[in-house]
Design a protein around this ligand. Structure first.
Ligand code: NI
Ligand code: MN
Length: 227
């Protein structure tokens, strides 16, 4: 059964029924709300939505150069693979069938450069399957109308959506995005890590509940198991 653990900010650790682990945007060191240290986390696959330091985070520390595959857009993959890491490049709209399930990169309206200023291609969201569940991690993005299309192409079971504003959607835009995507469950992310992204996640959940959708606020470290 698929399990997810919220690691704060936009970081999530997933595991499937065969104990494969998939880590997304592991910003742990330097995140005051991180529930774990980078040295405590292992991953078979790491998915990066873009190159900003609050998303790449500890990816290169956690990645095992022999065992871990880092999945990201091709420009970021070519930067990372120069250092001997195992990468799988995708591009927006492209998908690949990994042993655990299919991963598709989708649009995110955002930028992407590494902390030392290298252009890292387009920022992305990611839609992937794990144990028959479909997860959509939006990455960092503003709202856009094609979120409706993304929700039509794949019925989204779990939506991980930024609500903190300033760099991404705020609560009201995220509430509207949920109505476009129509997920089974929406989990807010990318809030309260820094002063610029203060938001009350319960307000987001209350507003989508009023629209007939389900949401859940996860505390950093909290796990959710799916049947
Ligand atoms: Ni960003
Ligand atoms: Mn960010």
């Amino acid at each position: 059964k698929m399990k997810l653990q919220y690691l704060g900010h936009s970081a999530f650790l997933f595991s499937d029924s065969q104990n494969r682990t998939i880590l997304i945007d592991p910003f742990l060191t330097g995140n005051p709300l991180s529930p774990v240290k980078a040295s405590q986390v292992k991953a078979d696959y790491i998915i990066l939505t873009h190159a900003h330091s609050d998303h790449i985070g500890d990816a290169l520390t956690i990645a095992d150069k022999r065992k871990t595959t880092i999945i990201c857009v091709v420009e970021l993959a070519s930067i990372i693979s120069k250092n001997g890491y195992n990468t799988h490049p995708l591009q927006i709209g492209g998908a690949f069938q990994f042993p655990f399930g299919k991963v598709k990169m989708v649009t995110a309206f955002h930028g992407s450069a590494t902390s030392n200023g290298l252009y890292a291609g387009l920022a992305a969201g990611v839609v992937f399957k794990l144990d028959h569940k479909t997860i959509y991690h939006c990455g960092d993005t503003g709202i856009f109308g094609d979120m409706k299309l993304i929700g039509e192409i794949d019925k989204i079971d779990v939506l991980l959506i930024p609500i903190g504003g300033n760099y991404t959607m705020d609560i009201d835009d995220a509430v509207r995005a949920v109505s476009l995507i129509q997920p089974e469950l929406a989990i807010p992310m990318h809030y309260n890590t820094f002063d610029l992204i203060r938001a009350n996640p319960q307000e987001f959940v209350d507003k989508i509940t009023a629209n007939g959708f389900a949401g859940k606020v996860l505390k950093p470290g909290e796990e959710l198991q799916f049947s």
